[in-house]
Design a protein around this ligand. Structure first.
Ligand SMILES: *Cc1c(COP(=O)(O)O)cnc(C)c1O
Length: 482
């Protein structure tokens, strides 16, 4: 047996690189990432070719291969095809960019492999996460009774919010079909997914109309609540407002909705995955007044704080509500239970073992301070307004409402032919061109394009390039159909 153990040890030790091997690995990867960053502006934002099929031709095998070979696979099969979400030319969906400082923090988190789920195991890591959550709670105007959780993204944070709201209201399975949820048609689809995942797929869903700026119509919400409150077969339960819809960037009237939520004793959830960090500026604070009266809020640092993907956050006004929905006890965790000076993420989320995601947020905030984040966010607001104004000067373009935040919707009205078809071709051509990347949506039944400025790498030059690309491609398409 000992011989076998020694023999196995010999092989298993390959997993532990020595100092020279580590330097070799870093020496191969570091120039790669450097080249990726320095060539950013020359590379297309979107590449249609190659869909990563080559990965299947390089299966996982008994013997390893060299790092250079691995990097070649990575470059051709993963890095190149599809969207370059790190590029400033990514102006679709809700971009963020991905701060290099966060990547370094992830590296440190992974090397240390801190167990950030439980205070006992990593008091510093848990304190760091709690401190970041307190900072966010202050930012949104929550009292010190608030708690939260750093999640992998906004969808999971919304799910945790829904289950918290469900348990706080004491909803049981027999209540689900009469529990009423109020939201606008522009709410993010992950909220519907979360309702289903939380077992509430059969709840009553009241879609509240929006105004001309695609904001929830508070008067229509009041009318729906009045009607439902008079119906004893229903149980008005939850209202979800958006602080920055993904579709148009519109911010629902958070103050008036807060009043209604209070009057009708609803759980008030604000999905601010996109917009929350605009609270760092005076404009955002004013626009989102009333957010402080909500019961729960979702924020996405991988959007508004420009982190690489993998960072969302949930805040809940009363820590007890979050705890009730997520705390747990198990015999095999008894040692970890003795020290309770701080709340542990494991008691506040569905996760137990998790990525130490506090560091990727804390390190850049400490390294840069808040000032450049505030500046970048105000810059994005102004860039989207600038685009909105400039586009109106280009003949043939029809623009949506002035942006609440940093999303602009628009479409081109061709001299002749079907406008929807024209705009579909326009977006296809923009992708093929590859200098900028936009997305499309349907507004009031019409095919529209949208520009979302939120990557920290997007600047005036990028927006001017986008305007030039639009002018150029529209000219070409008009010419070819003339
Ligand atoms: C992006 C977004 C979500 C979903 O968050 P993920 O981080 O993509 O899971 C939810 N709501 C809004 C308003 C968003 O913009």
């Amino acid at each position: 047996m000992l011989d076998r153990i020694r023999q196995l040890e010999q092989q298993a030790r390959a997993l532990e690189l020595d100092a020279v091997q580590r330097a070799g690995l870093m020496g191969a990867v570091q120039p790669y990432t450097e080249e990726f960053l320095t060539s950013m502006e020359r590379r297309p934002v979107f590449e249609d070719e190659g869909a990563g099929h080559g990965l299947y031709d390089a299966p996982i095998e008994e013997q390893g291969i060299a790092i250079d070979e691995i990097l070649r696979l990575w470059r051709e099969q993963v890095d190149r095809p599809g969207l370059n979400a790190a590029s400033g030319g990514h102006l679709a969906y809700i971009p963020g960019g991905g701060l290099f400082a966060s990547a370094v923090a992830d590296f440190m988190a992974a090397v240390s492999n801190k167990y950030a789920g439980i205070y006992f195991a990593a008091p510093g890591a848990v304190r760091m996460e709690n401190m970041l959550l307190q900072w966010m709670a202050e930012l949104v105007g929550y009292p010190s009774s608030a708690a939260g959780n750093l999640t992998s993204g906004g969808s999971i944070a919304n799910l945790a919010a829904i289950t918290t709201a469900r348990d706080a209201a004491g909803l049981r399975a027999r209540d689900f079909h009469r529990a009423v949820v109020y939201l606008s048609g522009h709410v993010h689809h992950c909220v519907d997914k979360a309702l289903r995942n939380a077992g509430l797929g059969e709840c009553v869903r009241r879609e509240i109309p929006v105004d001309d700026n695609y904001r929830m119509d508070a008067a229509a919400l009041a009318a729906a609540l009045k009607q439902d409150a008079a119906d004893s077969s229903l149980r008005p339960w939850l209202v979800v407002a958006s602080a920055g819809t993904t579709n148009t960037g519109s911010v629902d009237p958070l103050g008036p909705i807060a009043e209604l939520a209070q009057r009708y004793k609803l759980w008030y959830h604000v999905d601010a995955a996109y917009g929350a960090f605009f609270l760092l500026g005076d404009y955002g604070k004013k626009l989102m007044q009333g957010i402080e009266h909500s019961d729960s809020i979702v924020l996405d640092p991988h959007k508004g704080l420009f982190l690489p993907y993998g960072s969302g956050a949930l805040l809940v006004r009363r820590a007890d509500d979050l705890m009730r929905a997520h705390h747990y006890q198990a015999d095999y965790m008894q040692d970890a239970r003795r020290r309770q000076d701080e709340l542990s993420p494991a008691d506040l989320s569905p996760e137990l073992t998790k990525h130490f995601r506090g560091l990727r947020l804390w390190l850049p905030l400490k390294l840069f301070g808040l000032a450049p984040f505030r500046a970048a966010l105000e810059e994005k607001l102004l860039l989207s307004r600038y685009f909105h104004l400039q586009l109106q000067k280009l003949p043939g373009f029809e623009v949506g409402p002035a942006p609440d935040l940093s999303v602009v919707t628009f479409r081109y009205l061709p001299a002749k032919g079907n406008a929807d078809h024209f705009n579909e071709r326009l977006i296809d051509e923009i992708r093929r061109d590859g200098r900028v990347f936009l997305s499309s949506t349907i507004l009031d039944g019409r095919f529209c394009l949208r520009l979302a400025v939120l990557s920290f790498r997007t600047h005036l030059q990028t927006v001017d390039l986008c305007l030039a690309v639009l002018r150029e491609i529209v000219g070409r398409l008009e010419h070819s159909t003339a």
